[in-house]
Design a protein around this ligand. Sequence first.
Ligand code: SF4
Ligand code: SF4
Length: 133
Amino acid sequence: MARRKFLLRFRPNIVSEPVTYLLVKDFGLIPNVLRASINDRGGKMVIEVDGKPSEIAAGMSFLETKGVEVQELMECVERDEGRCTHCGMCVSICPVEAFSVDKGTWKVSFDKERCIACGMCINACPPKAMQLM
Ligand code: SF4
Ligand code: SF4
């Protein structure tokens, strides 16, 4: 058995597909929805999936054939506070708004609790303050 985490992005035409049900029924997987934000214009879902590695791979390939954008998530992303220059490059990149800007000081805060470890800020951060742990 393996456990992996994925970010799923849905276009408007597939928001009504019962994806978690299909992962259980057709692939024997155990999905756990960690976060979801979906409406009729599309949306995002973070799921943790338990199952055999080959079945997880087959299930995710199936979702891609249905038009779902599948991105595997990393374990943990941290910020090295000493390196951060508060440039703001990460703020608009983060899909879950884990960064916020203080309008008074223009300092950028990082809310680790919101982070889903998608890794998108790692390459975007000029001084490499965002790191995979
Ligand atoms: S991109 Fe890097 S240096 Fe810039 S605010 Fe974000 S974490 Fe800080
Ligand atoms: S890895 Fe970076 S971009 Fe991705 S959710 Fe966490 S803070 Fe946001």
